[in-house]
Design a protein around this ligand. Sequence first.
Ligand SMILES: Cc1cc2nc3c(=O)[nH]c(=O)nc-3n(C[C@H](O)[C@H](O)[C@H](O)COP(=O)(O)O)c2cc1C
Ligand code: SF4
Ligand code: SF4
Length: 382
Amino acid sequence: ILKNPIIIASGTPTYGPANVKKCIRSDAAAFVTKTLCYTEWLRQQPRPRWHVEYPEAIEEGGYFSLYSTERLNPSPPEEYARKKMKEYAREAHDFDVKVIASIAGTDGETWAKLTDLATENGADMIELNLQCPHVEKGQPTGMVAGRNSELCHSILQQVKGRTSLPVIGKVLGEGVDPIKIATRMIDGGADAVVLTGRYQGLYLDIETEKPILWGGMGGYGGFWQASITRKWLVRASEADLKAPVIGGAGIGSYEDVISYILCGACSVQVCTAVIVYGHKIIKRWLRQVSGWMDAKGYSSIADFSGRAAKNIIPPSQIPGDTPYASRIDPGACQKCLRCMEACPYEAISVADKKLVVNLEKCDGCRLCAALCPHGAVEFFER
Ligand SMILES: Cc1cc2nc3c(=O)[nH]c(=O)nc-3n(C[C@H](O)[C@H](O)[C@H](O)COP(=O)(O)O)c2cc1C
Ligand code: SF4
Ligand code: SF4
């Protein structure tokens, strides 16, 4: 039902008319609204609420971290659904873009009211936010509810029993077994699950001995989450979940989009990359994914979804005895000595002002090649 595999995830890029316009014109197949909720304080936005660790890494698609305490949709749910979402949906449908209403109830009554609002006001699907990192102990929503697989199951059952729309469960990625949570969501009727959301983190100022900026914990993520998400996608493939899986946190490049699908995702959700690169990144990635598919001879997502999941070797079967070694190309080596200092076997030394590997001592571990910033280490099978 989606025209392509990229969905803009719930967050800053999907809130407010200007951003929604950009979502609709971005060529993304769908966007998820900022999460609707009735809890007053979750709709207020702390100021300041953003911190970026290593912003210089953003340009290169590197491992910066986006740390924020942006809470949920500031609009009262009735007002948002009946006025804004209805209008957004009308425009989105003209562009064949689906609207996924994200909701976060706190009890049976609020889940029911939010489900009805989404169903009656133009949404094509509903997503249950069971991973928001900003909720408090004892408040059964977001990550607090998302930790409890039986509560997830019953919320899914309730919402599914009330709407004819497809329902997506958004799965927490930390402190739980996401596959167990996803399985119970699917048992409860989820039509798809998102693996996973971002984490809760903490930055401290060691002078004041307090959390930085806003004084509490925050949502924490970045492109470094991609490798963990790929792991969960493969685990989901192994568990043979009975519903499609949407790849969640960590997408920072079109290669990540492809790799999530290779690990078993049917589509992907992107938030951080849209925040730091703008909505225009979606068009570029779609072109690049398409180019890769053409080169590979794939004509649909189903042609390659899950193909890499089948190639994962279990730990006990990874060979432990293949003989390898390294040698250093003196033309490329900049003599930074990083490899020499790191080699756990003291196999690298300086001779005649060049770095050389003693093949007698070299274990073939590949640490030197992995660390060399200049690609000067050649790694070969003996
Ligand atoms: C600033 C910010 C606000 C977010 N707000 C919401 C939200 O309201 N509801 C929700 O379900 N997820 C929210 N998310 C989580 C994203 O939808 C997404 O799951 C997460 O950021 C991981 O994907 P990414 O690595 O592409 O950012 C937010 C994320 C960020 C960074
Ligand atoms: S890390 Fe690379 S550049 Fe640095 S000394 Fe070793 S081979 Fe040379
Ligand atoms: S492969 Fe490992 S053991 Fe051999 S030189 Fe490099 S770091 Fe040392």
